[in-house]
Design a protein around this ligand. Structure first.
Ligand SMILES: Cc1ncc(COP(=O)(O)O)c(C=O)c1O
Length: 317
């Protein structure tokens, strides 16, 4: 058979999934084929990382902020959720514990089952919540973290601010990211950088973007990008620990080309330097010093090495 469709087995087999209050084996954590979310993409999710500390067990990075964003997403999308934040928080911690992970990626998802029918308009929301977790190493690879990636400005525009409600991390809107990422990878690049419908730089397919030029760091404003939790974290770290001033303002495509450094941030990609965009070297064409210094500070914080940032860590006990 041509293509890469896997018939049996999945990288998640053997794990336990929290499904509306109960743990089930991954293999049995299935959803009905007429789930409304499967057909129309209405759902909200989070991507969260758990890291191993030196001698103090595992920690989940900025768990409260991820839960806040999940609930905000549901509020924006008008998906009623019958759990309190604390219940979801406890369920996430339990999911890490039951799977005995020291480090993992955690994926809570809120979606609509088949009890709502398949009309576009839903009156009675059959809301479901599931939490799965798995080991996921560096998203773009070790090499990417060390030496930087090659990116391509996408031919696909990021959705307009009044299209999908970009403050929500909703499932369906990722079609836009998938198209851009596929185009970039098929053309031999590692990642796609997306422009908004007015032609300004927004973000990458699954990361926020930062640009260093002339002694200052710029990142596109929240009005055009997902409010990244890593974005928020690195802004604080760069300002407080590295003495840098961050400006949240529009960035043009050619600003990227002549920047001293460009880097991406995200839960999956962490802090990834960009060494080339559209076949133009960025700075000296290697991972930049600011990105690498920030990466080091970031990894130290997420792994519990900086007392000042304990406030961002939830211990898995
Ligand atoms: C489109 C997009 N932008 C930015 C981010 C980074 O957000 P965070 O740092 O909260 O993972 C993500 C990842 O969730 C994303 O999918």
């Amino acid at each position: 058979m041509k293509g890469s469709i896997k018939k049996k087995g999945s990288p998640f087999d053997g794990s336990k999934v929290w499904m509306d209050g109960k743990f089930v084996d991954y293999e049995n954590a299935s959803i009905p084929v007429n789930s409304h979310s499967l057909h129309y993409g209405l759902g909200a999710f989070e991507g969260i990382r758990c890291y191993e500390t030196k001698g103090k067990g595992s920690v989940i990075f900025r768990l409260d902020e991820h839960i806040d964003r999940l609930f905000n997403s549901c509020h924006i999308l008008q998906i009623p959720i019958s759990y309190e934040k604390k219940e979801i928080k406890d369920a996430i911690i339990e999911t890490v514990k039951i799977n005995k992970f020291k480090e993992c990626y955690i994926r809570p998802i809120v979606f609509i089952g088949d009890g709502s029918g398949l009309g576009i308009f839903i009156k009675n929301y059959d809301t479901k919540v599931a939490i799965s977790a798995w080991y996921w190493g560096t998203y773009l690879g070790e090499e990417a973290l060390k030496n930087g990636i090659r990116a391509k400005v996408s031919s696909y525009a990021r959705f307009h601010v009044n299209t999908f409600m970009g403050m929500s991390k909703s499932t369906g809107q990722y079609i836009n990211s998938i198209l851009a990422k596929k185009e970039a990878v098929n053309a031999g690049y590692d990642e796609a950088i997306m422009l908004d419908t007015a032609g300004f730089v927004c973000e990458a397919s699954g990361e926020n973007i930062f640009v260093y030029s002339g002694g200052e760091i710029k990142t596109p404003p929240l009005s055009s990008v997902l409010p990244g939790i890593t974005r928020n974290s690195v802004i604080e770290v760069m300002e407080k620990e590295m003495g840098l001033k961050i400006k949240e303002e529009r960035v043009t495509r050619d600003e990227l080309y002549i920047a001293g450094e460009v880097f991406l941030t995200g839960t999956a990609a962490e802090v990834t330097p960009v060494r080339e965009i559209d076949d133009r070297k960025i700075g000296i064409g290697k991972a930049g010093n600011i990105a690498l210094e920030l990466q080091k500070a970031f990894f130290n914080i997420v792994k519990g090495g900086n007392k000042k940032y304990e406030k961002w860590l939830t211990y898995v006990r």
